[in-house]
Design a protein around this ligand. Sequence first.
Ligand code: GAP
Length: 475
Amino acid sequence: MSTDQNKFQAIISHCKEYGFVFQSSEIYDGLSAVYDYGQYGSELKKNIKDYWWKSMTQLHENIVGIDAAIFMHPTTWKASGHVDNFSDPMIDNKDSNKRYRVDHLIEGFAETLPQEAANALLAQMDELLKENDFAGLKTLIESNKIKCSISGTSNWTDVRQFNLMFSTQLGSVTDEASEIYLRPETAQGIFVNFLNVQKTGRMKVPFGIAQIGKAFRNEIVARQFIFRMREFEQMEMQFFVRPGTQQEWYEKWKEERMQWHLSLGTDPAKYQFKNHIKLAHYADAAVDIEYEFPFGFKEVEGIHSRTDFDLKQHQEYSKKKIQYFDTEINQNYVPYVIETSIGLDRMFLLTICNAYAEEDLSTEDKQDSRVVLRLPAKLAPVKLAIFPLTKKDGLPELARELMDDCKHAFYCFYEEKDAIGKRYRRQDAIGTPFCVTIDHQTKEDGTVTIRHRDSMEQERIPLSEVKALVLSKIL
Ligand code: GAP
């Protein structure tokens, strides 16, 4: 059994062993902080995406979705402030040449201190970060004698900003004018399309635009598996509101997003809100939804009140009017924006961490255990596993008939090999909520054994009811 400390390592190994997540380009020793999703991982990820997309677009009449390109005109990033501001304070150790994000270095050190001292140190750090006081941050690191984990010395460079955007060249000519960025957030694709969508969709404020897509950040300290990656996916929604109503909508979206998380059945005690102390350059209020991962409470989603900053900037840089005429009040204005932004990969990690359980099933006579992913049925990669008890007597044919009937409605898995108990365990490990066994009785009375993943209970139900039962649990 895993202890709390090694649970995270066990989860990472499980993700690899069962085809959820692989290190990118593993045969070449991998690429740091870049990961690939395997056969079950890609299904789980897609199900999370679909659940978010449906909740945003299909269930909100005033939210529509778009799919903007990753490459955008370079001026986009000048206007958005990312060229000048999208950076983290970094410090290098002169002996090891290892580079640290200043907040991570100090937070790591704080974990070694008694609670009260740690809180005091973190409060000092927050204050200095808020003021962008780099000299003060360096003094804080030096006065606490914080050491590099590699060299063991406190021989530090000055603190300086490091831009997190990746750049590349468009076309064949390599000059400054052809330099473009890989988008560090999907939100800008929404802002630059504000008028396109508003006009063609005849959208009335308040309304939202949702998008799911890749984002790229040259994270300096990439760690904790898929928690912090250099290539990742975001699910973002910009909600455009009348100026002056942003506070009310901010509170509403805060609540709605938390309810979305809880709708997946997670224990509410595993979630908390954390207000931002240092606001991003575009925000007038911001809060994180944090989940208690095995390595502590960490951000999964941000809700930001982005004011009219982005639209106004694009208006200024593009020299095109980006305004909305509000017929209710007979006024033109640049709408304010409330953003909800959740990392798809973090939501994936949260889902796996929340679902992973090692269970001791030993009895007096027999040692036994299982690893089970208690995934919400609607997110599980495979919904139904279908097992003929034996490979003969017409049982595979009956099982195949059920497979053919169900596979258009949801993802099924068919298997004939090994004892039923072993087949159940393999499905537990990937989180399949239902397994059905076709046996000789099926031929006689048309019933099957359905086995429930979490309780491991088995019951006999008519074969003809299997599809409807699974459908009722996954919608
Ligand atoms: N448009 C606003 C925005 O991008 P953010 O807080 O920088 O805000 C939003 O990012 C979400 O994207 C985070 O809450 C997190 O879930 C995810 N995210 C950010 N950086 C990430 C990274 N390096 N790896 C994985 N997910 C990341």
